[in-house]
Design a protein around this ligand. Structure first.
Ligand code: 5GP
Length: 118
């Protein structure tokens, strides 16, 4: 899949669209989902132009991959998600239900999240 520079997360990254930011560093931006599906619902995205987890895992630099997962761990702790647990989801492609074609990880918690696949 070719990266679409007009996707909504690209617009958040370049400042065209605001977000409720929870974390930012050189590799990562994290913000609250506009339509939260659980009490806590954070989206973590790399700043690089990657369409999905496969593109990211295949083409991102070691620094970007490390930075991404370090940020996920920090955000999970800072948001209080590690006390009772949470779910991390990366939807991929049509069958995975991915709506925004910029790689993102959902962190869902703050309450029980239910069955893995509903
Ligand atoms: P996907 O279905 O691609 O895994 O998830 C995309 C997520 O992005 C959805 O949970 C949706 O609510 C969220 N989203 C879509 N547009 C915006 C937006 O403009 N701002 C924020 N913060 N979240 C968005």
């Amino acid at each position: 899949m070719t990266y679409d520079d007009n996707n909504i997360f690209a617009k958040i990254l370049n400042g065209d669209i605001p977000c409720d930011k929870v974390y930012e560093d050189e590799h990562v931006l994290a913000f609250r989902d506009i339509a939260p599906q659980k009490k806590t619902h954070v989206l973590v995205i790399p700043k690089g132009r990657y369409t999905d987890i496969v593109d990211f895992g295949s083409n991102a630099s070691p620094e970007e991959v490390l930075g991404f997962y370090k940020a996920v761990a920090k955000i999970a702790k800072d948001e209080g998600l590690t006390t009772n647990g949470f779910r991390s989801i990366a939807n991929t492609g049509e069958f995975g239900g991915q709506e925004v074609p910029h790689f993102h990880m959902h962190l869902l918690g703050g309450e029980p999240v239910g069955k893995m696949v509903g």
